[in-house]
Design a binder for this molecule. Structure first.
Ligand code: SF4
Length: 78
């Protein structure tokens, strides 16, 4: 069993996820977004990456950047 905190809203429901083969059971969520998040987190976790990029010759040293969409968690450092 995995325990996760839902990031869907500030309530932060404590989720419990059981994976048995193809079967995924989610509990602790108080709305459907929590179940969707938990299922994605145990099958294909993704994140929006935010960072800063240094500028050469710019009027400021760095600018904030973020990915256009979600990126597989395992590819974040790529
Ligand atoms: S399960 Fe629903 S209510 Fe609970 S934190 Fe996630 S989005 Fe919010």
């Amino acid at each position: 069993m995995r325990e996760l905190t839902c990031i869907g809203c500030p309530i932060g429901c404590a989720l419990r996820v059981e994976v048995k083969g193809e079967e995924i059971t989610v509990s602790g969520n108080t709305c459907p977004r929590g179940e969707k998040y938990a299922r994605a987190e145990v099958t294909n976790p993704v994140r929006t990456l935010t960072s800063t990029v240094a500028l050469e010759g710019g009027s400021i040293a760095r600018v904030p950047v973020r990915t256009r969409g979600e990126v597989p968690k395992g590819k974040l450092f790529d």
